[in-house]
Design a protein around this ligand. Structure first.
Ligand code: NAD
Length: 273
């Protein structure tokens, strides 16, 4: 199916580099969208307790007929659950109808609440018990990741952050690389609007005969990011995984690199939650 996998710092665990994100897909629509994605060849689904659609994700995965070991499922701990992470994890597993997840993430650090170290200690137990094959963070900064690593035993396998050509996160990517942490890009298409109409991407779209979305996803893959584009439109779901048959030249990687504006679409992780 042309998919590529990356090795996590967790012994032997691999993550399909391109997955399917289900934020803002209603519980009703999610089962259909995930089924479409699995049929199109996706083998990695990104959900969260906060998305309210774990049940639908679980139903689609279980009904797919694919062996459980062939689908990588990520969910995330809600911001109000840092002091009851184990119970919240069990509730997520029950909603998913699965006996383990492949990756469990702290959704946001919520630094003003100050409980993410406590949450991570529960994550370490969940990992050691084999109920999450890997554990990681989302929306952590150099500051919050450094504190986490100073006060706990297991280095996160991945940090999922907002990342797209308008917010390239060079400092975070370098920090992750120096610590053996994979970078996972959320809103990898910049949520579609604006970015995908940028004239610089139009030029590359014409050059490669691929859509602007495909060019952006290819850029992520060549940087080494894990990406989780979201769509409910079957043609776009198929389009977004059809990115393994071309390679952006070095000069075009540089051209996309020049699009960085340092602009967030989503909230600031130092204050959100
Ligand atoms: P995205 O960058 O994946 O953009 C999705 C939107 O882009 C779609 O709704 C659609 O409008 C458009 N689009 C998709 N494919 C297209 C195509 N081929 N051509 C043209 N337009 C297209 O944005 P997202 O949903 O915010 O992010 C993806 C996933 O990242 C989420 O579903 C979720 O799983 C994850 N996420 C995580 C966090 C976090 O805090 N950890 C935050 C936001 C998103």
């Amino acid at each position: 199916d042309g998919m590529n996998s990356l090795m996590l710092n967790t012994d032997g665990v691999q993550i399909p580099q391109l997955g399917f994100g289900v934020w803002q897909i209603s519980a009703d629509e999610t089962e259909r969208a995930v089924t479409t994605a699995l049929q199109a060849g996706y083998r990695h689904i990104d959900t969260a307790a906060a998305y309210g659609n774990e049940e639908s994700v679980g139903r689609a995965v279980r009904a797919s007929g694919l062996p459980r070991s062939k689908v990588f499922v990520t969910t995330k701990l809600g911001n109000g659950d840092h002091t009851r992470a184990e119970e919240a994890f069990d509730e997520s597993l029950a909603r998913l109808g699965l006996d383990h997840v492949d990756l469990f993430l702290i959704h946001w650090p919520v630094p003003q609440q100050g409980k993410y170290v406590q949450a991570w200690k529960a994550f370490e137990k969940i990992y050691r018990d084999g109920r999450a094959r890997a554990i990681g963070t989302s929306n952590f900064t150099v500051g919050t990741l450094t504190r986490l690593m100073d006060q706990t035993d297991i280095i996160p396998s991945i940090n999922q952050i907002e990342l797209h050509p308008y917010l390239q996160q060079r400092e975070m990517r370098a920090f992750h690389e120096a610590n053996g942490i994979l970078t996972e890009a959320w809103s990898p298409l910049g949520q579609g609007k604006g970015l995908l109409d940028d004239p610089a991407l139009r030029v590359l779209s014409d050059k490669y005969g691929k859509t602007p979305a495909q060019v952006v996803l290819r850029w992520h893959l060549q940087l080494g990011n894990v990406v989780i584009p979201k769509s409910v439109t079957p043609s776009r779901i198929a389009e977004n995984i059809d990115v393994f048959d071309f390679i952006l030249d070095a000069e075009d990687m540089v051209a996309i690199g020049a699009m960085n504006r340092g602009h967030r679409i989503g909230p600031d992780p130092d204050t959100f939650g």
